[in-house]
Design a protein around this ligand. Structure first.
Ligand code: G4P
Length: 549
């Protein structure tokens, strides 16, 4: 059959269209966007570095941890971070491994920056939790996991530092189950520990992975071993360790359920791996299993509807704003997670809150050692958009639809102080600085109903210093603080504002009432006792611990 030229070009366009869709779907399917969370010092940075090494994203030979990577990694943008040696910023590290594009969203481990981590968790599709084998489940891990579980994020567990003496593997698995509410499924199991650590048995691939004797920084053997009852096991690890491993694996098989990928994706099962990030041991097992089982970009709920990644139209949301990364340019970078469709450079998109079209000439993609301008990004990717103060955390960008993605609500801060202007000539700069820092989510601002005084609320005391430093260095404004005795901020809800109880509450507690930045009514309770008494006295009023209810 011969086609005339118009039919031919129609056919070519159709075929091209089909290829474009297939390509778009393949790009989504190969993306894995996740965060690593842990209590400080459990080994999150070390594990991140080792993952980057596997991806060839950094070229650091051997297994020795290098401080140089820490210093040049993108997590070190801010001067204040360098000064304090605390990872204040949450950065993005992308790399390719096998046929996957992996986006690691780095999270600050320091508890004073927990809110930053909470917000980053709105942008991940899964999480790896790192636990120190000697310390077990620590406080910060519990808090972060709680937030993950609010969203049913799929979680993998990496138990680290097996080269050191630690807790018995079964006791630790118990602890993880009890403290984190997990249903664990070990996919690898250690052979010995500390001085006697010989390697791991990989239940996922049914392989023995053994350390190089005398030099625990290398894998000497990786042996297929699907029947650990085979007597030749003792040739590899010795008689004693072989019988111990057989016993352990039998127990694992009896006590823990089979790995069920669906249960993992629903947040109902948490696979566990053992290893030593510092010695590069067990990391590849983790990565190989991760790319196979971890979810590609997931659909996300907006107030209007569920938005799926493979929809044609673009949508995305701001989960982080990072200020003044380049000291020569006083701009900010808004980090956008792409939820659906393709994000293209120089294309007008709707800034939903402003109801205004905006386009971006130099959207940035982030890699371990560099950032670069990208023409097209796909769901799961993070792009950094230059911003001069138009974005707020939680803002949505779309091709045209009015969507509002649901995020993590604000929680009550732990520390409260009045903020005062210390340089009357710079009142404007101070107001602008405070406004922008709050949009970035550095802290929360409350304005007292009674006298309009401004109160800053933070998760950690350190943030007051960060704010003061940044106001001075980025906005040329000076502030001072004044102590304020507040125990907790509660968001207030009542069915009707004409209810006598509400009227009485507003009158009696006038001194303790404030508005948050969105204008929501907040009660600043000065003690746990007074909060309790107030709740009992006014049953018609609801006191919420978060800003969304
Ligand atoms: P974090 O990001 O979770 O805070 O932890 P980080 O990776 O910085 O690791 C904390 C400490 O634990 C580091 O030692 C690191 O070398 C060590 N570490 C990480 N993984 C392992 C492991 O598998 N085995 C052992 N034995 N140690 C491990 P440091 O002395 O605090 O820092 P550095 O001087 O090594 O940089």
């Amino acid at each position: 059959m011969r086609l005339n030229s118009s039919k031919k070009s129609l056919l070519i366009r159709k075929i091209r269209g089909i290829f474009a869709i297939m390509n778009f779907e393949a790009e989504i399917a190969r993306r894995r966007t996740f965060g690593i969370i842990s209590h400080p010092d459990a080994g999150k940075t070390t594990l991140t570095e080792k993952l980057l090494l596997f991806g060839g994203a950094i070229q650091e030979a051997g297994a020795v941890k290098s401080n140089k990577i820490k210093k040049t990694a993108t997590s070190d943008f801010m001067e204040i971070e360098r000064q304090r040696g605390i990872s204040v910023a949450t950065s993005v590290l992308a790399f390719h491994y096998k046929d996957k594009k992996i986006n690691i969203l780095d999270t600050p481990g320091h508890k004073d920056f927990a809110e930053d981590t909470f917000r980053t968790l709105t942008a991940v599709d899964s999480v790896i939790v790192v636990i120190d084998v000697a310390k077990g489940v620590e406080e910060q891990t519990e808090k972060l996991v709680e937030v993950c579980r609010m969203r049913n994020i799929p979680i993998l567990v990496f138990i680290n530092k097996l080269d050191r003496e630690g807790k018995d593997a079964f006791d630790l698995l118990d602890e993880v189950e009890q403290k984190l509410g997990f249903q664990v499924v070990p996919l690898s199991f250690p052979i010995g520990m500390g001085y006697d650590f010989q390697g791991i048995y990989n239940l996922w691939e049914k392989r023995l992975r053994l350390f190089n004797e005398g030099n625990k920084t290398q894998i000497s053997e990786s042996i297929d071993f699907d029947n650990i009852n085979d007597p030749s096991l003792s040739d590899h690890i010795g008689e004693k360790a072989a019988s111990q491993l057989r016993e352990d694996i039998e127990l694992v098989t009896e006590v823990y359920p089979h790995f069920d990928p669906k249960a993992y994706l629903n947040g109902d099962q948490q696979p566990v791996f053992f290893g030593s990030a510092l010695n590069n041991f067990g990391v590849q097992e983790l990565l190989d299993a991760f790319i196979e089982i971890a979810p590609p970009p997931l659909a996300k709920n907006s107030e209007e509807r569920l938005v799926k990644p493979d929809e044609k139209d673009f949508s995305g949301f701001v989960f982080k704003i990072h200020a003044n990364m380049d000291p020569k340019h006083r701009d900010r970078l808004a980090f956008i997670k792409i939820v659906s469709g393709k994000f293209m450079r120089n294309t007008p998109y709707l800034h939903v809150r402003h109801n205004k079209k905006v386009k971006f000439s130099s959207p940035n993609a982030f890699f371990a050692d560099r950032k670069e301008v990208v023409a097209t990004s796909y769901p799961g990717d993070i792009v950094g958009l230059h911003d001069t103060g138009n974005f707020k955390i939680g803002d949505t960008l779309t091709t045209g639809e009015s969507l509002h993605f649901k995020g993590i609500p604000s929680f009550s801060p732990e520390h409260f102080r009045y903020i005062n202007n210390a340089d009357p000539m710079k009142a404007k700069q101070l107001a602008k600085g405070i406004d922008q820092l709050m949009d970035e989510g550095v802290a929360q601002l409350f304005t007292l109903d009674l006298n309009g005084r401004k109160v800053i609320g933070t998760v950690g005391a350190l943030q007051f210093e960060v704010i003061q430093y940044r106001l001075e260095h980025e906005y040329g404004a000076k502030c001072s603080y004044e102590n304020l005795n507040v125990h907790k901020a509660c968001w207030i809800e009542t069915a009707e504002i004409s209810h006598p109880e509400y009227i009485d509450f507003i009158r009696v507690k006038a001194k303790f009432l404030a508005k948050d930045k969105q204008g929501q009514q907040v009660f600043l309770a000065d003690s746990a006792f007074s909060l309790q008494m107030t709740k009992e006295k006014y049953p018609a009023i609801q006191f919420h611990a978060t800003s969304e209810f």
